[in-house]
Design a protein around this ligand. Structure first.
Ligand SMILES: Nc1ncnc2c1ncn2[C@@H]1O[C@H](COP(=O)(O)OP(=O)(O)O)[C@@H](O)[C@H]1O
Ligand SMILES: [Mg+2]
Length: 265
């Protein structure tokens, strides 16, 4: 019943973690039960959440067979978290075919307890990202003008097609959309890139979200303060942009899943 969404882009610095965190916390704040999973060995998603370093994380679940429920951290004012840490690099080095399904199998145990599972992924599309995509119904691709590449998007689309053909039967992976991030209005680069990204999106059978996320200092400050943009400054452009993006996200999910109803708090 729950929908699993991975935030994917092989480039670093294009706002994957920022988008994953804002989406997870934003959905939580409007009343959905959300689980966030940190699949990046850098652990920025977990650090922003305020993860307990003594609690086991996704590495222990995947590599040491620890029960997934023991890895779920809860706080009253945040979405639930399964943390990531540098040990994930060891798991990333594994490349057997079976390894690719491990996250899917683990999350299947708790999926029904959540409306949304949001997965943050590392740069580079390898074992960890493949695991995330295998476990997902949808992918959101953040793309910033500076770090954007047409080749990267086309390659990502090919990886997704391979997963659609060889992945698990209960998931029909698709790109929900491309989200333009770190957008500087009025700059030549931003305008050119926005046009190109829209064209590529159509070419690979998806869309760009109407709302673009503007470059906004409050987003950096919120991360430094270990909180979401909504709690840091609800009136910032960052909060406004991510709120509009989340509304669009929910409209698309409901359009695609007519049975989807809102969880009452
Ligand atoms: N819209 C934005 N405006 C300003 N800074 C941003 C914005 N989005 C992300 N950042 C900052 O850019 C850096 C990279 O973002 P991050 O989400 O960590 O990217 P990724 O996970 O793709 O590497 C972080 O310092 C983050 O705070
Ligand atoms: Mg990141």
């Amino acid at each position: 019943m729950g929908k699993t969404i991975s935030i994917v882009n092989e480039k670093g610095g294009c706002a994957k973690t920022t988008t994953a965190y804002s989406l997870a916390q934003g959905l939580f704040m409007v009343g959905y039960k959300v689980l966030g999973v940190d699949m990046d060995s850098q652990g920025n998603f977990s650090t922003t959440w305020g993860s307990d370093p003594d609690c086991i994380g996704i590495y222990d679940v995947l590599a040491k067979n620890e029960p997934v429920r023991d890895a779920i951290q809860v706080k009253p004012d945040r979405f639930d978290l399964i943390s990531g840490d540098k040990l994930l690099r060891d798991f990333a080095a594994r490349t057997s075919y079976d390894t690719n399904f491990m996250l899917h199998d683990v999350l299947a145990e708790v999926e029904d307890e959540y409306y949304f599972i949001i997965i943050d992924t590392p740069p580079t599309v390898a074992t960890l990202t493949t695991n995330a995509m295998m476990a997902s119904d949808y992918i959101i691709v953040p793309a910033s003008p500076e770090s954007y590449s047409v080749d990267g998007l086309v390659q990502l689309n090919e990886s997704i097609r391979a997963i659609q053909m060889h992945g698990v039967a209960d998931k029909h992976l698709k790109i929900l959309g491309i989200l333009l991030t770190r957008y500087r209005k009025g700059t030549r680069l931003a305008n050119d890139m926005a046009g190109i990204i829209k064209a590529v999106a159509i070419q690979i059978g998806t869309r760009t979200f109407d709302r673009m996320i503007r470059e906004n200092m409050a987003i950096k400050e919120a991360q430094a303060a270990k909180t979401s943009i909504f709690e840091y400054n609800i009136r910032s452009n960052g909060a406004l942009d991510y709120r509009c993006f989340i509304n669009e996200f929910l409209d698309l999910i409901k359009e695609d899943n007519p049975e989807f109803t809102k969880l009452e708090k």
